[in-house]
Design a binder for this molecule. Structure first.
Ligand code: GDP
Ligand code: MG
Length: 596
C-alpha cells in the first residue's frame, strides 16, 4: 500500500470515557463489522476486561475510508487503558502518527488522559481533541471544549463532538483523521525495520505479533530476526486485521499488521523490539526498547496444598501470554509451598489472581504485596529483596526503594486533603497547576511502596471519588527502612514479616499483634505474640491459656453430640498450621493477610 493513503492513529482516554464504544462505532461506520455481527465492544476480547471495562491487550484494525473520492486505509491501534501498562501504551503510541484525545463531555479531563497526552506529545503525535458522550443530559461540551483547547492549544470551536452511543459525529471524525494526520514516512528500500507494539498468545496459532513497519518490507516465508535477542524465525504468515486476520503478500512502509512465526511464548516476541530481515538485517534497532520490569511482588499460595502442581501449570500457561509475569517457587513456614510472583502493578496482580481462581479453579492466599528493595550490606554487597524474608540480617549500610512520579487530578476543594494524604505517604510535591478555576493537577514524587497498597482507595474516599491518579516509575531513593518480624512464642512467622519505613514500624507491629491475638484460638499454654525489629521487641500481646478440655463441657451429655465435636475438631486440625508448638488455623493467616 502507498504510504500516502495510510493513516495510523490511536485513541487515548481515561477509563470509561468511551474509547471501546467509539472504536466499535468506527468499525461499523467503515463497514468492517456488520451491525449483526457486532457484539458490544468487539475489541475487548477477554471476559475480565469486558467485565471491568478495561482494555489490557491492544490490537490493531485496518478500516477503509473514502474522502473526496480517494480511498484511504486507516489503522486504529487500541491502547491499554490502565496505569500498570504504561510501557505498552507508549509502544502503541510510537506506532502512530496521531492520537484522538477522547474526553467524556460530562467529566472533563482526568489524570490518565493527561498522562497519555504527555506521552503522545513526547512521541510528536498530532492530537485531535474530541468530546464524547454529547448525548448525555449532563454533558457540558462548551465548558470542556475550552478546557481541552487551553490544554493543547487551538480554538474551542475546533474540538469535535461525538457520541459513541448514537454514532453522531463519528463520520466527521473519520474525515478529520484523514485530513489532519500526517502520512507515515520511511525508507522503502532500506533493510526492513518493524516495531512490535503487542504480542498475544493464541492457543491455535501460537503467538500473534502486531507490528508497525517503519522501513523496508516484510514478506511471507522469509526469515526474520528479533533485534534484541538475535533469535530468528520463519514468517509463516503476515497480514492485517480487518478485524479478522487476513493474510497479505507482505507489509511495507507505514503499514500495521500481524505476523505469525509459530513461537509459543510471548517472551520470544517482545513489545518494543525491532523485527528485521535475517539475510539483509538493519544496522540499528528502533529506539525505545525496554525489558518488561515487574514492580510489585507477592507470594501466592494454594489454600489446599495439593493444588500446588495446578498452580504451577496455571502460571506456566498465563506466562505464555504475559511477558511481564515472572515467578519462582518459594516456601513459607506458615503457608507451605507457593510462588513469589512479580507484577507490573496492583491491577496486574488482581487480574492474574482472578484468572487463576476463575479459569483454573484455585483458591489462593496472597501475601501483602511489596516492591523491590536494594539492600547494601556491611561488606558492600547489594542484595535485591523481593520478599521480606530475604532481607539481610545484621548491619545494613543502605536501603534503596523504587520511586514513582504521580499525577493527581481533582476538584480544587480537595487540594488540602490530597496534600495531607501524600505527606503521610512520604511524598514530595513537584508542582501544582490549575487546569481551570475548579480543577487542579498535582504532581508528586512518592515511594512506590506507599502507593501499592490502598493509596488509590484512600484518594478516592478523601475526594468523594472525584480524584484520578496516574503514575510512572521514577528512579529510586535511599530510605530509612526496616524489617518487622512477627513471632509466635518466639518463633518467626515468615508470612507476616514486612519491610516498612522506620516511622511506621511500630504501628505495623501493634496492628499485627492485635489482629493475631483476636484470630488465634487459645491453646493449652500461654502464647506470646511479638513484633520485632531484629532482636528488639516493639509490640507484644498475649493469648492466655485454656485449662479445661473442650470435651469436659459436654461430660455426661449425649454421646452423639460428643462425637460431633470430635469430628469437628478433626476437621479443624486439617486446616491448622503449626508454628513451633502453636496451632494456627489457616483462616487466621488469611484474615491477617487480607486486610493489611
Ligand atoms: P472505555 O473504558 O474508555 O473503553 O469506555 P467504554 O467504551 O467501555 O464506555 C464506558 C461506559 O460509557 C459504557 O457504559 C458505555 O456504554 C458508555 N458510553 C460510551 N460512549 C458513550 C456515549 O457516547 N454516550 C453515552 N451515553 N454513553 C457512552
Ligand atoms: Mg475499553
Amino acid at each position: 500500500t502507498d504510504p500516502a493513503i495510510i493513516r495510523n492513529f490511536c485513541i487515548i482516554a481515561h477509563i470509561d470515557h468511551g474509547k471501546s464504544t467509539l472504536a466499535d462505532r468506527m468499525l461499523q461506520a467503515t463497514g468492517v463489522v456488520q451491525p449483526r455481527e457486532m457484539k458490544a465492544q468487539y475489541l475487548d476480547r477477554m471476559d475480565i476486561e469486558r467485565e471491568r471495562g478495561i482494555t489490557i491487550k491492544s490490537q490493531a484494525v485496518r478500516m477503509p475510508w473514502e474522502v473526496d473520492g480517494q480511498a484511504y486505509a486507516l489503522n486504529m491501534i487500541d491502547t491499554p487503558g490502565h496505569v500498570d501498562f504504561t510501557y505498552e501504551v507508549s509502544r502503541s503510541l510510537a506506532a502512530c502518527e496521531g492520537a484522538i484525545l477522547l474526553v467524556d463531555a460530562a467529566q472533563g479531563i482526568e489524570a490518565q488522559t493527561l498522562a497519555n497526552l504527555y506521552m503522545a506529545m513526547e512521541n510528536d503525535l498530532t492530537i485531535i481533541p474530541v468530546l464524547n458522550k454529547i448525548d448525555l443530559p449532563a454533558a457540558q461540551p462548551d465548558k470542556y471544549a475550552e478546557e481541552l483547547a487551553s490544554l493543547i492549544g487551538g480554538e474551542p470551536e475546533d474540538v469535535l463532538r461525538v457520541s459513541g452511543k448514537t454514532g453522531e459525529g463519528v463520520e466527521a471524525l473519520l474525515d478529520q483523521i484523514v485530513r489532519e494526520l500526517p502520512r507515515p514516512v520511511g525508507e522503502a528500500n532500506a533493510p526492513a525495520r518493524a516495531m512490535i507494539f503487542d504480542s498475544v498468545y493464541d492457543s491455535y496459532r501460537g503467538v500473534v505479533t502486531y507490528v508497525r513497519v517503519v522501513d523496508g518490507k516484510l514478506e511471507p516465508r522469509e526469515r526474520i530476526q528479533m533485534m534484541s535477542t538475535l533469535a530468528s524465525h520463519e514468517l509463516l504468515e503476515i497480514g492485517v486485521s480487518s478485524p479478522e486476520p487476513t493474510p497479505t503478500k507482505g507489509l511495507g512502509v507505514g503499514e500495521v499488521g500481524y505476523l505469525i512465526t509459530g513461537v509459543k511464548d510471548v517472551r520470544q516476541s517482545k513489545v518494543g523490539d525491532t523485527v528485521t530481515n535475517l539475510k539483509k538485517p538493519a544496522e540499528q534497532q528502533l529506539a525505545g526498547y525496554e525489558e518488561p520490569k515487574p514492580m510489585v511482588f507477592s507470594g501466592l499460595y494454594p489454600i489446599d496444598g495439593s493444588d500446588y502442581p495446578t498452580l504451577r501449570d496455571a502460571l506456566d500457561k498465563l506466562q505464555l501470554n504475559d511477558a511481564a509475569l515472572v515467578y519462582e517457587p518459594e516456601t513459607s513456614v506458615a503457608l507451605g509451598f507457593g510462588f513469589r510472583v512479580g507484577f507490573l502493578g496492583l491491577l496486574h496482580l488482581e487480574i492474574i489472581r482472578e484468572r487463576l481462581e476463575r479459569e483454573f479453579g484455585l483458591d489462593l492466599i496472597s501475601t501483602a504485596p511489596n516492591v523491590i528493595y536494594e539492600v547494601m550490606t556491611e561488606d558492600k554487597q547489594i542484595v535485591q529483596v523481593t520478599n521480606p524474608s530475604e532481607f539481610p540480617e545484621g548491619k545494613i549500610l543502605e536501603v534503596r526503594e523504587p520511586m514513582v512520579s504521580a499525577t493527581i487530578l481533582a476538584p480544587s476543594e480537595y487540594v488540602g486533603a490530597i496534600m495531607e494524604l501524600c505527606q503521610n505517604r512520604r511524598g514530595q510535591m513537584g508542582g501544582m497547576d490549575y487546569l481551570s478555576e475548579d480543577r487542579v493537577e498535582m504532581r508528586y514524587r512518592l515511594p512506590l511502596a506507599e502507593i501499592v497498597f490502598d493509596f488509590f482507595d484512600q484518594l478516592k474516599s478523601r475526594t468523594r471519588g472525584y480524584a484520578s491518579l496516574d503514575w510512572k516509575a521514577d528512579g529510586e531513593q535511599v530510605a530509612d527502612l526496616v524489617k518487622v518480624d512477627v513471632l509466635l512464642q518466639g518463633d518467626q512467622v515468615d508470612a507476616f514479616s514486612a519491610i516498612t519505613h522506620k516511622d511506621k514500624a511500630y504501628s505495623y507491629g501493634v496492628m499485627m499483634t492485635q489482629k493475631l491475638r483476636e484470630l488465634i484460638p487459645r491453646q493449652q499454654f500461654e502464647v506470646p505474640i511479638q513484633a520485632a525489629i531484629g532482636s528488639r521487641i516493639i509490640a507484644r500481646e498475649n493469648i492466655r491459656a485454656i485449662r479445661k478440655d473442650v470435651l469436659a463441657k459436654c461430660y455426661g451429655g449425649d454421646i452423639s453430640r460428643k462425637r460431633k465435636l470430635i469430628e469437628k475438631q478433626k476437621e479443624g486440625k486439617k486446616r491448622m498450621k503449626t508454628v513451633g508448638r502453636v496451632e494456627v488455623p489457616q483462616e487466621a493467616f488469611i484474615a491477617a493477610l487480607s486486610s493489611t
